[in-house]
Design a protein around this ligand. Sequence first.
Ligand SMILES: [Zn+2]
Length: 234
Amino acid sequence: MNIEIPHSALVVGAHPDDAEFGCAGTVAKWTRAGCEIHYLMLTSGDKGSEDPEADLAELRQIREQEQLEAAKILGVAGCTFLRLSDGEVVNNLELRGLIVREIRRFKPEVIFTWDPLTRLYRMHPDHRACGQATLDAAFPAAMMPHSYPEHLRKEGLSVHRTKRLLLFGTDDPDYVSDISDTLELKFEAMRKHPSQFSMDNPAFMERMTKRAQDAAKEQSFEFGESFKLVQLEM
Ligand SMILES: [Zn+2]
């Protein structure tokens, strides 16, 4: 199956670096083709350190800066940070409303986010909550004028119907994006997150390369990113 490259897309991640792991190769490919892509990060990853003495405000700043630099490499138009507390993301009506607002603001044709229903049980709870809240925001809340009506009445926004979502971190992929031409850019963007992992670690690089190869295993191309496709527009 082939999905035509849309005019606009939104990536909703729980932490800085989620998007680089999940969909950066596809993001780079699409922005090259003229697609306008925005990032929405629910938290700024302010607990992403194993150092008990870490300054969390400083860590937040570092991680936002890392995300901005990674996004720049991929041609992303802008990043919004909601600055929720890392590790404490809960899918509730408030979070749904925050995501609905960004969907109504950017009006993406496609949304990338985590697959909340994956059976890979070793999953960060923020990722699960992020994926579920984003699905619930895109369908049907963002398209319904009586959901979060203050966006329409007070903020000048209008309802929006997203065409489809591509869910990363899935155990049940049914769409593979060819990232053979942009794998290097994905790695270059990942290199902008030195507070989290080192791209100079050969075992890590091997694992990342194998992941991209495995995704493309049954395809006619070399490297891929795999997703669960959710069609909202039939
Ligand atoms: Zn994460």
